[in-house]
Design a protein around this ligand. Structure first.
Ligand SMILES: [Zn+2]
Length: 236
């Protein structure tokens, strides 16, 4: 089979036997693919060091079953700050975990690829708070995956959420659920719900960041396809 080539991000790498790696990539052209990188853990001329947070140009050959053979991986964009800033790395960990859980295998998602590249570049640039950026990216990732949250109106009857008050939220239903429609198991206040639907990059307060990350986590878990390994485990 002819090798395929794509710009790629590392969604996950798992050691395999003594010397190999199984690497799950989000590619710009082919969506999520899993590859076997033979001898990637010993010295290899074909693979640059495979770490999350950088962008690579990879070529691979489709194989039997779900696993492709990685032929080459070359660094395109190196993000050094991200590799050494634990707070930023932690923020990236959320985004990679959500992407793994939400994205089906081998389905091109160019907008999601661009979204995550922008997230990594923004955090690498250091002008934005990493966790705020993760929350904004997570909200958009849910929209692009077809699970956008309804934060201004009841997800069931579309009645506008009264401003200035707490509201019931159901991650499973996909957002605010009014009392008449049965409410949701979470209660979030007006401030956090209004802040989360804004698309700007103003830093969120630590409380709002925590609430946002948690809401996205719960929504992702409610919809996880599991096709790329669910939401558990790290990115390294
Ligand atoms: Zn309702």
């Amino acid at each position: 089979m002819t090798p395929l080539s794509a710009g790629s991000l590392v969604l996950r790498k798992i050691p395999y036997q003594d010397a190999h790696l199984i690497v799950t990539w989000l590619t710009d052209s082919f969506g999520v693919i899993s590859t076997l990188a033979r001898h990637a853990r010993s010295s290899s001329k074909r693979f640059d060091a495979i770490e999350p947070v950088h962008t690579y140009r990879v070529s691979y050959r489709e194989g039997k079953g779900g696993l492709a053979a990685l032929i080459e991986a070359r660094l395109l964009t190196v993000r050094l700050r991200l590799t050494s800033d634990l707070e930023a790395l932690d923020a990236a960990g959320f985004v990679f975990r959500w992407a793994r859980a939400l994205l089906p295998a081998k389905t091109p998602e160019p907008e999601v690829f661009a979204l995550i590249v922008k997230f990594l570049d923004d955090v690498e640039g250091g002008h934005v708070d990493g966790k705020t950026c993760a929350v904004r990216t997570g909200i958009r990732l849910l929209e692009l995956s077809g699970y956008g949250l309804s934060l201004d109106a009841c997800v069931k009857c579309a009645r506008a959420r009264p401003s200035g008050r707490d509201a019931y939220v159901s991650p499973e239903a996909g957002g605010v659920v009014c009392r008449a429609c049965g409410g949701g198991r979470k209660v979030l206040d007006d401030g956090v719900l209004s802040a989360l639907r804004l698309a700007d990059e103003a830093p969120l307060s630590p409380d709002y960041v925590r609430a946002g990350l948690h809401l996205i986590d719960e929504t992702v878990n409610a919809h996880a396809s599991g096709g790329t390994g669910g939401t558990s485990g790290g990115t390294r």
